[in-house]
Design a protein around this ligand. Sequence first.
Ligand code: 0O2
Length: 203
Amino acid sequence: MIENYEIEINNIMINYMCALKILEAQIEVINDEFQYKYNHNPIEHIKTRVKSVDSIMKKLEKYKIDFSIDNIVNNIFDIIGARIVCSFKSDIYEIVNIIKTSSCLEVVEEKDYIKNPKESGYSSYHLIVNVPVYLSTGIIKVKAEIQIRTIAMDFWASLEHKLKYKFSKKLPDNIKKELVDSSKIIDDLDNRMNYIKELVSKY
Ligand code: 0O2
């Protein structure tokens, strides 16, 4: 059964793979533009990924959505994703502004988990964008998720993800609290580094 789903999903993957190439190129352009405008390179690293068939199926299950290609295309917007890890908190908002004014990427949804962190303590800026793909049959718009975060936020998110992996169900309260407390330290550190950056820029 899973194999049948896999064959159907693989049929639409070509669109997503093409969109990912365009997204990667566009992020490079944003980096170059930033370098030119602000005279520093804000992006530490970029990671892109394609969601596995297994993960797509789990997400459909989580939202109680029946399997169909239309349902996947119309409900799962992070089949392709890019994570932009930058140096300072203020860089995140500059990058968001550049993406918003980009004529290539159309922002359709945004979530500021920096101003409003998730209950877990997770902090990042998320954008859902439409990526135009020029196929021989015409232009299609493919949705992609862009996560923008600082190195410190990325450090917290990857360790939290690793630590949480052991628990298939609910996290024990004491561990939850430790993670939330550590995310507050991360936020404090990001604010202090941003402040130092402002001090340095005055010299
Ligand atoms: P993966 O493998 O990273 O892609 P949903 O996508 O349904 O879970 P929603 O509201 O549609 O929820 O999306 P949301 O919350 O904007 O972002 C989902 C993605 O953000 C997750 O993707 C994670 O990458 C990241 N994320 C969200 N909350 C947390 C958290 O508490 N800890 C960590 N480490 N990452 C988080 P996926 O699909 O879960 O997985």
